[in-house]
Design a protein around this ligand. Structure first.
Ligand code: ZN
Length: 166
């Protein structure tokens, strides 16, 4: 059964790293916890729950993203139905020059973007407007045009989320 909720939405999550990236687990988890707990983030109460999570965030090698999501191995991806997120280790460590974001900001962006997919948001259909903050659901990894730097959900994005649990 799917339960949609707008009132005090809550989601439980688990953070994982693929085996060869084991040493990164502590840092990866701390960053995700900080972003998900930040008041500038999605208006959802995120609770870490390793045993009974609603969704997972896993740091993986680029080839895994390609196989699991059928994407170029330069991107990260999320599966909205089964609610798992794969963060591309190459981007995690190197960021994206096209995004014009410093590495820590890029990491904030990619977490907010992929969690946005779990909250049922797609990519904007219109190109972002020059001179305005770049929506977090834009694929900033590929470029941000002449928008203003932004790595947090815009109010109009936060207003459209759908929180659901099985
Ligand atoms: Zn996306």
């Amino acid at each position: 059964m799917i339960i949609y909720t707008k009132m005090n939405p809550r989601l439980k999550y688990v953070v994982r790293v693929q085996f060869p990236l084991r040493r990164e687990l502590g840092r990866f988890r701390s960053k995700i916890e900080a972003v998900l707990a930040d008041t500038r983030g999605w208006p959802v109460e995120f609770i870490r729950d390793d045993l009974d999570p609603d969704f997972s965030i896993t740091l993986v090698e680029p080839g895994v993203v390609e196989r699991a999501c059928g994407l170029s191995n330069n991107l990260s991806c999320a599966n909205m139905e089964d609610k798992w997120i794969l963060i591309n280790a190459r981007r995690w460590f190197e960021g994206s020059e096209e995004s014009k974001l410093e590495l820590d900001d890029y990491r904030t962006y990619v977490i907010n973007h992929e969690v946005g997919h779990v909250l049922r948001l797609g990519h904007p259909t219109h190109p972002p407007r020059p001179g305005e903050p770049c929506p977090v659901m834009v694929q900033q990894t590929l470029g941000t045009g002449h928008t203003l730097k932004n790595v947090w959900p815009l109010a109009e994005e936060a207003a459209r989320i759908q929180v659901w649990t099985n």
